[in-house]
Design a protein around this ligand. Structure first.
Ligand SMILES: N[C@@H](CCC(=O)N[C@@H](CS)C(=O)NCC(=O)O)C(=O)O
Length: 216
């Protein structure tokens, strides 16, 4: 059985976790923070998540884990088989990460410490997020899922990218729901799924432990 390493407060951890739960794959969870001794053997970049496969190999980087899970457990596919459609899913995953998750992630240290981010950083974040908003408005139909009638890895990836955006939205004043057509309704539908509810409950349960870790 594969083992997913990391912690539930991590949005990146929750991407492969959601995929495994969606597919009904049995897996173990290993609660570990990146500074743990020996974690570099699982993830050389010291990033969460990482995954140990059935045959004892280690993989890291959330998008890689998501692709691996699809390859190793093809039942209940999360990527279309047709090449263009398959890469449209990857395209949306990349754009969600590069132009929404990563800019908002720059605000996390300020959000966690309760300090206002400098104007220059906020301007830079805004500039990158504009690309994300334009990309989503151009590519995501939210009808009812991100790329149309089929639930895909793009739904999972975008959903958990947005949890970091939420933490930075008050500080940046960026309201993605207002700027991306159909986003709010899609998020509400995604959140109601039992898998999403389980992931959200595990995330909440890990909150105190995570904040104790970053304080340390
Ligand atoms: N590119 C990585 C990013 C993962 C990431 O940033 N994980 C955070 C937790 S949400 C982490 O491990 N942070 C520890 C650190 O940056 O030192 C991926 O896709 O897995």
């Amino acid at each position: 059985m594969p083992t997913l390493h990391g912690f539930s407060y991590s949005n990146y951890y929750n991407m492969p976790k959601h995929a495994l739960l969606y597919k009904g794959v049995a897996f173990e969870e290993d609660l570990v923070y990146p500074s743990a001794a020996g974690y570099n053997e699982l993830s050389p970049a010291l990033k969460v998540p990482s995954l140990t496969t059935d045959d004892g190999k280690h993989l890291s980087e959330a998008a890689v884990l998501c692709e691996y899970i699809e390859d190793a457990y093809p039942e209940k596919p999360l990527f279309p088989s047709e090449p263009v459609a398959r890469n449209q899913v990857r395209q949306l995953m990349h754009m969600a990460e590069l132009y929404l998750e990563l800019p908002f992630r720059r605000l996390l240290p300020f959000s966690f410490s309760g300090q206002q981010a400098p104007e220059q950083i906020l301007n830079e974040v805004n500039g990158v997020v504009d690309r994300g908003v334009n990309s989503m408005n151009a590519l995501a139909s939210f009808s009812p899922w991100v790329l149309g009638d089929t639930f895909t890895m793009a739904d999972i990836y975008l959903y958990y990218c947005l949890s970091v955006a939420d933490m930075g939205s008050a500080m940046s004043g960026i309201d993605l729901n207002a700027r991306i057509s159909g986003l709010a309704e899609w998020r509400a539908a995604f959140a109601e799924d039992p898998v999403s509810e389980k992931v959200a409950a595990d995330t909440a349960a890990n909150r105190d432990s995570f904040f104790a870790y970053i304080k340390g």
